[in-house]
Design a protein around this ligand. Sequence first.
Ligand code: NAD
Ligand code: SER
Length: 310
Amino acid sequence: MKQSRILITGAGGQIGTVLTDALRQAFGADNVLATDLRDLGPQAGPTAILDALNPEALAELVNKWEITQIYHLAAILSATGEKNPLWAWDINMRSLFNVLETARATGVQKVYYPSSIAVFGREAAKFDTPQFEVLIPETVYGISKVAGENWANYYFRRYGLDVRSLRYPGIIGYQSLPGGGTTDYAVDIYHYAVRGETFTCFLSADTALPMLYMPDAIRATLELMEAPAENIRVRSSYNLAGMSFTPAEIAASIQKQVPDFRIQYAPDFRQAIADSWPASIDDSAARQDWGWKPMYDLDAMTTDMLTHLR
Ligand code: NAD
Ligand code: SER
């Protein structure tokens, strides 16, 4: 079988930073090309500056590096997207089409495309939101992810391109900072806790959202991409869950280990986004099809986050 050679877009972001390292461990540092809009600096493997909106530059890198898989992470997330909806739509959709068309034209074998819980809106079931649910998102980010999931499915059915996708919940990790989402508070809160500062949360105390610890998110991604193609029955995007909690609950989890930690609440425009999203997710299709199982709950994540950030 041909050696896997991987190109990652948006590799300098919250997830890309960690996923790049994991892919280099799995496939060899020289076989993973990390790209982003900005210079990624010295790394264990090759890097390149790439605007994912530039089809010629993408095709040139794919050909030069004989890429067999693309992980397309570059995107504008929910909160940033609401500040400039048409700009966010343009980046999220045009970059995806570039990746899908380049993959088709060059013979790339597999594409990974992350979707999000943002595909759901108020009409969807709030708790244990099912895999196949009505999708009427209220953010431009969510609209772009619904469209992206459908195009992933289309390229698989029409062209046989092996596109795979996960609907990530909010991802929490210590290695990198988040880039403009509605779930970012759940990363920031740990940084405030280790600095001994009071945290002001932009969501209300009782806003429950689905979340996932970074090691689980990375493992899910690798497991999905390595699963036999015949097991991947959902070709739009798989629901994925780890835990669900409110700001008050994560604060209480931190206070078990940092008793002096304090939180206060000042909800802003992100409250309406969070209110339109599920509180918890049914990921039974992922569990059945390719054996998904999360390892971290809230307290285990808190222990690991605080240990590393200290
Ligand atoms: P991020 O905002 O931290 O990183 C995105 C990266 O994309 C940045 O490094 C940015 O420089 C880069 N980028 C932006 N425009 C670009 C362009 N035109 N060309 C090349 N690079 C460009 O995002 P993230 O949190 O790492 O998310 C990665 C993917 O996972 C996104 O598709 C996002 O929608 C999805 N996702 C993330 C979460 C989460 O909680 N982090 C949840 C659900 C889905
Ligand atoms: N964490 C992401 C966001 O809040 C969910 O896709 O935008």
